[in-house]
Design a protein around this ligand. Structure first.
Ligand code: ADP
Length: 796
């Protein structure tokens, strides 16, 4: 709204400026030329008034004699015309001088014989005083009308208008043409005077003549023909007969008119004929007021502004340029059919000025906007330099030193050094550019273009860097926008079976790539809850590959599908699962038989004394083997995923109690005290059996690897979203470098305490597996010779 208001206000000022410009002399000339052009374009028309010119032309001068003629010739002319009974006779000859008595008498008589006659008068300056040059008093008889014959050409010498009346010596005289119409008893169209009471108030006004064409548009009769009786008097019947000279050189009464494009002047008498025609037909050309011009200009400028905003570019230029001919055509139509003059040059000026004006305005605005944007980017660029520039060189130096010291001479070392050189060269080049660009204070247009180049290069670099990263990723990455259009697929996705370059709907595409599970609900969930969803080992389209698939949101703008090929892991899991079956059936079954038969042999005394000893060993070893198989199966079961976790919420106190009652005898044997918090009411959400087994393993180890008469402390802590179980002993401890290894399968330390104890190195691996399955972990802190603290935590 503010913008529109500003534009309308600015347009007004532009319109006013153009209007003021159009008042300058140069523009007035332009306007006049345009006026003449339009009038000529409107074309000649045939006269409608009953006007006839008795022309004192060249041929008459040839036959009758050179000008001035004796007044009796003029008298004879008037008499001859009068015999034809014209409506009026108008004599466009100044009769102010006194001639011989005889001549003047003859003329006075002929004037007296014409009842409707108009004589010419004009204002002349005599010794600096304006006076009427009236006809000789003898001619100004009562019935004689006087009309002023001023042609009043414009400043460019072209006659376009007359004054309806002229005033001098306190006497107003109507125009010659008007008086001729009045004498003929014909109405003039147009209100030139006010009638107040009995007096006519004459207010001189300009009357723009609607010229009907160039010379000889009106009927002409040469004066000599009239004098010699070669013209039928009937020709003058009911006509307004204008008598005047058309020959060049007489009284210098020749003028340029809008139709004088070929340089031909028009005689005064013919101009009066045109004036009579204009007044008779009411075709005086009306001019539109300056206020209207202003409003028109204003509208045009606002219109240009709007079109430019709406259809910037070619359509705007086409509209603006076409406006010119349209305006000229409009002006022509109004002139031709309504005798109205719309000055189009100011409007053309508006086109010529506003068109580049709007462009310049846009350039200025763009420039200002560009300054702001570059300013912001510059701040960001400088900030980046401050943040990273300081650290870069020492880091590069350090890298170089490490390459040189740690790598032997080899092609890899050279390769890395070459890459580092290239990187250094490129980054120092960029730094130099940056310094050069932001070190100068003069921010001229060249600088701005350089800055834009710099930033676009940085952007391209950034983009290609990101693209290279995405391209180097082995995982499949497919990005969809919220509308389900796939907007990006990394090169890895091209290797997928079912890859499609431009799939119509992303969720359907995902479905087709994977095991045909419906993706629409998942897609909706991820977008609305803004949380990623992961599924493991989803079979691909070909059924051979398995993927860990994650659907993650990008704000609310879209979704990223990432597919990690987990076929190998899936195969391993499968193998583990197969092995669990193998061990549990194929090993356990014969072992049970060995154990059973050995027991029977012993029980029923079926072997001799020496054999009994062997049998006991067989039984011991097979139960050890059974234990090993059990521990192995425990852990293999959960690893293979066969053992499903069944979580429930329960209090931990009773679990500890059960455990202590089972382990009590073993502890008592070594006089080890087990300290446990009373009345432990902490509740946990876990698989009760697995957690029990894991904690039992930890407490068993604490008893196993502690010397007699020590204490094992069990603790529980709840906070920060975790439940922590701590088993602290005062045993042999574990050195720091082995702290991580003890959680590996079959890892046993090679110290004396461990050797003295039975075990397979699977207990802690089991604890670790249980902890991770619950989303938690197990850690150890230990000091050799003082004891260890094992912490198992799971989320609460
Ligand atoms: P196992 O006890 O059957 O050998 P574990 O996986 O339970 O197997 O333990 C792995 C190894 O970690 C043990 O062999 C032992 O050396 C060490 N260890 C476990 N618990 C303790 C402890 N509380 N104190 C000292 N060493 C321990």
């Amino acid at each position: 709204m503010k913008l529109v208001f500003g534009a309308v206000a600015a347009s007004f000022f532009v319109a006013v400026a153009i209007l003021l410009l159009s008042w300058t002399t140069y523009f007035a000339q332009l306007n006049s030329t345009a006026y003449d052009f339009t009038l000529r374009l409107a074309g000649p028309i045939s006269p409608m008034s009953p006007t006839l010119i008795v022309a004192i032309d060249e041929s008459s001068l040839d036959r009758i004699g050179a000008w001035p003629w004796s007044r009796d010739k003029l008298a004879r002319l008037i008499e001859r015309v009068e015999t034809g009974n014209p409506r009026a006779i108008a004599v466009d000859v100044l009769l102010d001088e006194k001639k011989s008595e005889e001549e003047d008498n003859a003329l006075a008589q002929s004037i007296a014989s014409a009842p409707a006659i108009v004589l010419a008068t004009r204002i002349a300056s005599v010794n600096g005083v304006d006076r009427w040059r009236r006809p000789n008093v003898r001619f100004v008889q009562n019935h004689v009308r006087l009309g002023h014959v001023h042609a009043d050409p414009d400043f460019d010498g072209i006659s376009r208008r007359i004054f309806s009346a002229k005033i001098s010596e306190a006497q107003a005289v109507r125009a010659f043409a008007r008086e001729a119409l009045r004498a003929a008893g014909l109405p003039e169209k147009g209100a030139f005077e006010e009638n107040i009471g009995s007096a006519d108030i004459i207010r001189p006004q300009t009357v723009n003549i609607r010229f009907v064409g160039d010379n000889a548009s009106f009927r002409h009769v040469p004066a000599w023909k009239v004098l010699e009786g070669a013209v039928e008097p009937a020709a003058f019947k009911d006509q307004i007969v204008l008598i005047g000279s058309t020959a060049e050189g007489i009284d210098l009464d020749q003028w340029f008119t809008p139709f004088s494009a070929n340089g031909q002047k028009m005689s005064g008498v013919e101009i009066h004929a045109n004036a009579i025609e204009t007044l008779y037909t009411g075709r005086a050309i009306a001019e539109i007021s300056d206020v209207l011009v202003l409003v028109g200009l204003w509208t045009l400028v606002v219109l240009f502004w709007w079109v430019d905003r709406r259809f910037e570019g070619r359509r705007f230029y086409a509209t603006a340029v076409l406006t010119g001919p349209v305006l000229v055509a409009l002006s022509w139509l109004l002139m031709k059919y309504y005798s109205v003059w719309v000055p189009f040059p100011p409007f053309l000026a508006a086109i010529v000025l506003v068109l580049p004006g709007l462009e310049v305005g846009k350039l200025v605005r763009m420039n200002r906007d560009l300054d702001g944007k570059i300013g912001r980017l510059t701040v960001a660029a400088l900030h980046e330099r401050l943040a990273s520039g300081g650290h870069r060189p020492p880091l590069q130096l350090e890298t170089r030193q490490r390459i040189l010291s740690e790598l032997p001479h080899c092609s890899e070392r050279e390769g890395w050094l070459t890459a580092l050189d290239a990187y250094e060269r490129e980054s120092s080049g960029r730094d130099k550019n940056r310094k050069h660009l932001f070190g100068t204070r003069r921010h001229n247009s060249r600088w701005k273009l350089d800055a834009v180049d710099f930033f676009s290069e940085e952007l391209m670099r950034f983009l290609s860097f990101n693209n290279a990263i995405l391209a180097s990723i082995e995982d499949v990455i497919i990005v969809s926008n919220a509308a389900g259009h796939v907007v990006y697929q990394n090169p890895a996705s091209k290797r997928l079976e079912g890859y499609c370059e431009d799939p119509p709907f992303a969720p359907d595409y995902f479905t087709s790539l994977l095991d045909r599970r419906p993706f629409v609900p998942l897609f909706a969930r991820v977008l609305s809850q803004m949380e990623p969803v992961t599924s493991e080992f989803v079979p691909g389209r070909n059924g051979r590959n398995f993927y860990n698939v994650t659907l993650s949101p990008i704000a609310r703008a879209g979704v990223v599908l990432s597919m990690h090929d987990a076929t190998a892991q899936h195969e391993l899991n499968q193998a583990k699962s197969d092995m669990v079956s193998l061990v549990s059936h194929e090993l356990r079954t014969p072992l049970t038989s060995i154990r059973g038969y050995s027991d029977m042999l012993l029980k029923y005394n079926l072997v001799q004394e020496k054999g009994k000893e062997f049998l006991t060993t067989i039984i011991d070893e097979s139960s050890r083997l059974n234990q090993l198989i059990q521990s192995f199966l425990d852990i293999a079961y959960i690893e293979s995923g066969r053992q499903k976790m069944t979580k429930s919420e329960f209090e931990i106190g009773p679990v500890f109690k059960d455990m202590v009652s089972i382990l009590g005898p073993a502890a008592a044997e070594k006089e080890i005290a087990i300290e446990m918090p009373d009345m432990e009411t902490t509740r946990v959400l876990a698989d009760r059996l697995l957690l029990y087994q894991a904690l039992t393993n930890l407490v068993t180890n604490a008893i196993k690897y502690s010397p007699p008469r020590t204490t094992v402390r069990i603790g529980v802590a709840n906070g920060s979203g975790r439940v922590r179980f701590q088993i602290a002993d005062q045993g042999c401890g574990i050195p720091a470098d082995e702290a991580a290894k003890i959680f590996e399968k079959f890892y046993r330390r090679a110290n004396k305490e461990t050797r003295e104890q039975g075990g397979f190195g699977l207990g802690l691996a089991f604890v670790k597996e249980v902890a991770t399955r619950h989303g938690g972990d197990v850690l150890v802190e230990s000091t050799v010779g003082e004891g260890s603290v094992f912490t198992l935590w799971i989320p609460n």
